[in-house]
Write a protein that binds this ligand. Structure first.
Ligand SMILES: Cc1cc2nc3c(=O)[nH]c(=O)nc-3n(C[C@H](O)[C@H](O)[C@H](O)COP(=O)(O)OP(=O)(O)OC[C@H]3O[C@@H](n4cnc5c(N)ncnc54)[C@H](O)[C@@H]3O)c2cc1C
Length: 495
């Protein structure tokens, strides 16, 4: 039977958290919709890859949110409750484990008295003579922690993640990701016996089989409610006229299909979207799209015959001697993710850029490198490691460089001139956000189509309280269970 893709009111581009949340809300409200997903997978960056019965989370996704709307959606989307997982992720540096957030006793005993005094003096110096103006990530962190602490706990790791010197990363990125944290607040937090806050932030939710379980379940429910979800359907062109999308072309099973949805919600990278508009937008818009940068990511999964390599969900590797940035221990996320013939699966995470020496290495070489590095760190002998598997993820991180904000402002201004096209999500809005913010943006876009024109997905990240207030004014108010866990996180993950 010839598939008819053309009777959907709304087309949603991308089956990641943003796209699926929009589709879920629309389907619940009876709208006809089609979700077009370029890859064979559901869940975007938040999918779970299954390899030899091992479930590999691409990055390790903690489910933490302050949003009652998101919590409620998780419950609606999943058929079983999530696991409550103890949270432990330490820094592994010079053969020692440092608690993160830093804890006074553990940090002092690991560093020793002399190095601790040096760090204190370096902090005092930065307090007296701060760098002005505070332009870069390096300036921002040195001003709050001192040069020595910055070099030990921030510099190497951040440079591994972004692949550029900390002097080239914007200070506002640091302010967004590690806001509210300073030397004094870190010490105060470490000293304070804040049992209540601690108990809230020491666990997180997690689907039994990884984050993909949630998104597969959501996609299944969308289909049950009458929506259509198509994998390997790559959107190639968006035709528009007088501020409206008139048609959308996508490739599926070797053919090009054209559909005419009334509304489009797009979570594909806004840079790519801009390049497939027909007619092409003004040059300034194209230049902004071309100016957006991304950091890519790959994970080498290793089967392991030893269960207790370390008790953390993951560890941060600050040593400049190895390329690996983080190491996941998937048994400590959920034992159900590990194949019966393994004791655990480890995930060696490498931050890279397409075309660089890591990205272009063969899978065999990457597996060899990962095994060598983990044993050189003294964490496990190579003999305890079995087969490996490599997953590459393009555009994993939208980069916040000196120009990104101006580019995003230009693109936002351009796209808001469309009457029937909304861009949502991490790369859809070039926002360095977690699943919950992508979900909120998708939810917002859906509600906008359902009669709440005042809601704007672009406001979600910056105006969280505004969003909650708007949504919770509706009949969902009673479901509000605000979680106010004060979070101090590593720069690259704020969950
Ligand atoms: C290493 C790492 C760790 C992370 N840890 C956490 C965490 O602990 N907690 C947390 O909440 N979040 C975490 N995140 C963030 C989380 O992965 C993202 O916020 C989330 O997946 C973004 O959802 P999205 O729908 O906006 O985008 P995506 O997940 O990128 O989904 C977009 C989808 O669009 C599809 N697409 C692209 N182009 C096209 C096209 N032309 N046609 C059709 N489809 C297309 C893509 O294939 C993709 O499936 C982490 C991310 C990384 C990289």
């Amino acid at each position: 039977m010839k598939a008819d893709f053309n009777n959907s009111h709304v087309a949603v581009i991308g089956a990641g958290p943003a796209g699926l949340t929009a589709a879920f809300e629309l389907a619940k409200n009876g709208l006809t919709l089609i979700v077009l997903e370029a890859s064979p997978f559901i869940g975007g960056i938040s999918r779970t890859h299954v390899w030899n019965d091992n479930h590999i989370d691409i990055g390790g996704h903690r489910f933490l949110t302050k949003s009652a709307v998101v919590k409620h959606l998780w419950e609606e989307m999943m058929d079983e409750p999530m696991l409550r997982v103890p949270r432990l992720s330490r820094i592994y540096y010079k053969g020692k484990f440092f608690q993160y957030p830093l804890q006074i006793g553990n940090t002092l005993s690991n560093l020793g008295v002399i190095e601790s005094v040096r760090m204190l003096l370096s902090y005092l110096y930065s307090s007296i003579a701060p760098i002005k103006p505070e332009d870069s990530f390096e300036d921002w962190v040195r001003n709050r922690f001192g040069d020595r602490l910055y070099r030990t706990f921030f510099k190497t790791y951040t440079e591994k993640v972004w692949g550029i010197p900390c002097t080239e990363i914007r200070a506002d990125w640091a302010a967004q990701r590690i806001h509210g944290l300073s030397f004094v607040s870190a010490v105060m937090n470490a000293l304070r016996d804040s049992g209540r806050v601690k108990s809230l932030s020491m666990t997180f939710d997690y689907p039994r089989l990884g984050p993909g379980m949630l998104w597969e379940s959501a996609a299944g429910k969308i289909e049950k409610m009458g929506g259509t979800v198509i994998r390997e359907a790559s959107v190639k062109r968006l035709h528009h006229f007088e501020g409206r999308v008139t048609a959308l072309d996508f490739e599926h099973e070797g053919k090009t299909h054209t559909i005419h949805p009334n509304q489009v919600i797009s979570s594909m990278p806004i840079s790519t979207l801009t390049k497939i508009l027909d007619p092409a937008p003004p040059e300034i818009v194209i230049n902004s799209a071309s100016g957006l940068k991304y950091r890519d990511f790959l994970i080498v999964a290793l089967a392991c015959s030893k269960p207790d390599v370390f008790p953390d969900n993951w560890i941060y590797i600050h040593s400049p001697d190895v390329r690996v940035g983080r190491i996941q221990n998937f048994r400590n996320w959920s034992p159900h993710m590990v194949a019966p013939d393994n004791e655990t699966t480890l995930g060696m995470e490498y931050f890279c850029s397409r075309g660089d020496d890591l990205w272009t290495r063969s899978d065999t070489d990457l597996i060899t490198l990962a095994k060598k590095e983990i044993s050189s760190l003294g964490l496990i002998a190579e003999s305890a490691l079995g087969e490996g598997f490599v997953i590459r993820e393009l555009n994993a991180y939208p980069v916040y460089d000196a120009e990104y904000k101006a580019h995003v402002d230009t693109l936002r201004a351009y796209y808001t001139t469309f009457a029937n096209l909304q861009t949502v999500g991490r790369n859809g809005m070039h926002r360095y956000n977690n699943q919950d913010h992508s979900m909120l943006a998708g939810h917002h876009a859906a509600l906008r189509l359902l009669g709440r024109p005042e809601l704007d997905p672009w406001e979600v990240n910056t105006e969280r309280s505004y969003y909650e207030e708007q949504i919770l004014n509706s009949d969902e108010r009673h479901k509000a269970t605000a979680i106010l866990a004060a979070e101090i996180t590593m720069p690259h993950e704020k969950s």
